[in-house]
Design a protein around this ligand. Sequence first.
Ligand code: DGT
Ligand code: CA
Length: 361
Amino acid sequence: MLVDLDYFYAQCEELRNPSLKTKPVVVCVYSGRSKDSGAVSTANYVARNYGVKSGMPIFLAKKKLENVEAVFLPVDFQFYEEMSAKVMGILRNFADEFEQVGIDEAYLDVTRRSLGDFGKAEELAKMMKNDLLLQQKLTCSVGVGPNKLVAKIASDETKPDGLTVIRPEQASSFLEPLLVSRLIGVGTKTFEKMLDMGIKRIGDLARHDVQKLIAVFGRILGTYFHNASIGIDNEPVKEKGEAESISRMATLKLDTRDLSITLEKTAELSNDLHQRMLTDKSAFQTVSIIAITTDLGTHTRSKTLDKPSTDVTLIDRTVRELLEKFLSESDLEIRRVGVKLSNFSGVGKNQKQITSYFQTT
Ligand code: DGT
Ligand code: CA
């Protein structure tokens, strides 16, 4: 089962202000460069009816909602993370195995508790949707299928507040008419390439010779596309451990051994990491630098502090110390530099982290 919360950030906003429900609501990531610069993170379905979409520039969303009483709000990750943690706590109770993906999605393996019966799995999905609505006043869209791949695509079939059940014997006929771009791994470029090969729908992909797919996409991807097209997927639902570390890397403008040039770059990286850490409400105890030298060698130096910290100046001080040490031990020039924080503790440690949209590396 794949559970995907509907218009998640905007639904969270409606939750704390129910009067928004009837209005177009647009949640924005403001870049701060000018008043309306930035992008739409998500919008409720009222706003979507006017053509507003995730990723769209804010000024364009405003244009689409001209003369309409629309509400534009800045993102409040902390609130969405709190809601997400509550939701995931409820969903977990319905699964034999549980795997959260991103802030508002999770896979639930319900094979054992439904005894492999799709009718029972459907009942379970209805109960889960009901619990979520009663306890958190949130709606979601659910796909039930023989594996993760089919469940995920099924969850996108009916939105919002949908439930689509695809039994094993229905999987290939369900997939057949859908565009190949519905498959994970088929982005714009791959889609264009497939169109050139005469492959538009998943059924076309299924009929395409697997050896030809391998010739074009390589063995791993070619085999994956072939299996996916006929609904085969053996990936287990499994709990992902917490990220043990977070890191940021950047390429220097010039290869260098200059400490201040390198520190200028690492300061940007540590700022970014610090922001991310505050969102996770966690504290680091180990700081590392990663230096990729002109010979493409990777060198790491680490220091573990006496106690956990959330202090960005302490990151910078430790990075300086480690860089000085590295430069004194090596005579190579640095091409790419990175900062890594690890050994986390803190209240957010068991919370899942923000989706990859917001990660810069
Ligand atoms: P849905 O599932 O179609 O009803 O709508 P959402 O809004 O839940 O979309 P989903 O599941 O793809 O993404 C979950 C959250 O991630 C969403 O509420 C806001 C954020 N997000 C999604 N796409 C983008 C994007 O293109 N840019 C930014 N900044 N955030 C995004
Ligand atoms: Ca969603």
